[in-house]
Design a protein around this ligand. Structure first.
Ligand SMILES: Cc1cc2nc3c(=O)[nH]c(=O)nc-3n(C[C@H](O)[C@H](O)[C@H](O)COP(=O)(O)O)c2cc1C
Length: 222
């Protein structure tokens, strides 16, 4: 089988790493910084962002109708569009996705073309609990996959996160540090393959808001 090339940009791969907490001393911001550093060491161009960079009100259809999309949502859209793949480091709230993150996804999902579609994403979490916020990541897969994001199968969750980092920002546990490093590298390889060569062709996906008059069989993607 011959590989199909794409018209992807020729420069280094661009990865957005997004810490999804508003808290000043966020452990997810710390994990996001570490992941960004690992991407930079692998020669990717890294864009580190935090939830606080994107101010937006609670989603309200009336506000959208009257005022359009808030500036913060458009800025997040721009950052997602510029990247070849993105990572979200998210807290787990009540075994699920924090409201602020879901709110941001909801706003950005209103932009057309819808920017989450066909992007590769990796999910990581940090929490003081023993499961490291992993249940929240399973919940986070649902809206992202609904929107057509290719969510990387491997995830990384740091348990006991308040004790989990060295002063230098690495993980205190060398085995976990190695595992995170390998997960980041594997994800980057997949992004490279998918961006430079089409490795995953979807003929159809279920994003019902992708309204088109075309018959369903013509909704194929190249
Ligand atoms: C409303 C709320 C719900 C929470 N629920 C969970 C939970 O289900 N599982 C968990 O591991 N931690 C939970 N936590 C604790 C967070 O993991 C902890 O506050 C963590 O520091 C948040 O991430 P951050 O430091 O990046 O802000 C919860 C915290 C809040 C405020």
């Amino acid at each position: 089988m011959t590989a199909m090339t794409t018209d992807a940009h020729p420069g280094p791969l661009r990865v957005l790493v997004f810490g999804a907490s508003l808290r000043t001393d966020s452990v997810n911001a710390r994990l996001a910084s570490l992941v960004a550093r690992l991407f930079a060491e692998a020669d990717a161009e890294t864009d580190l962002a935090g939830m606080g960079d994107f101010e937006m009100p609670l989603y309200n259809g009336d506000v959208e109708l009257d005022q359009g999309l808030p500036q913060g949502a458009l800025e997040l859209r721009d950052r997602i569009e510029r990247c070849d793949g993105f990572v979200i480091s998210s807290p787990e709230y009540n075994a699920s996705v924090p409201g602020v993150l879901k709110n941001a996804i909801d706003w950005v999902s209103r932009v057309r073309p819808q920017p989450f579609k066909d992007k590769n994403a990796m999910l990581v979490s940090a929490s003081p609990s023993l499961v490291g916020g992993n249940r929240g990541l399973w919940a986070l897969r649902v809206p992202l996959e609904h929107l057509g994001t290719r969510v990387y199968p491997d995830m990384f969750s740091l348990a006991n996160a308040y004790q989990g980092f060295t002063d230098g920002g690495h993980l205190s546990d060398a085995v976990l540090q190695q595992r995170l490093s390998e997960t980041v590298t594997s994800f980057l390889r997949l992004v490279e393959a998918d961006v430079r060569y089409v490795v995953l062709q979807r003929r159809w996906y279920e994003f019902l808001a992708d309204c088109t008059d075309a018959p369903i069989t013509q909704r194929a993607q190249d």
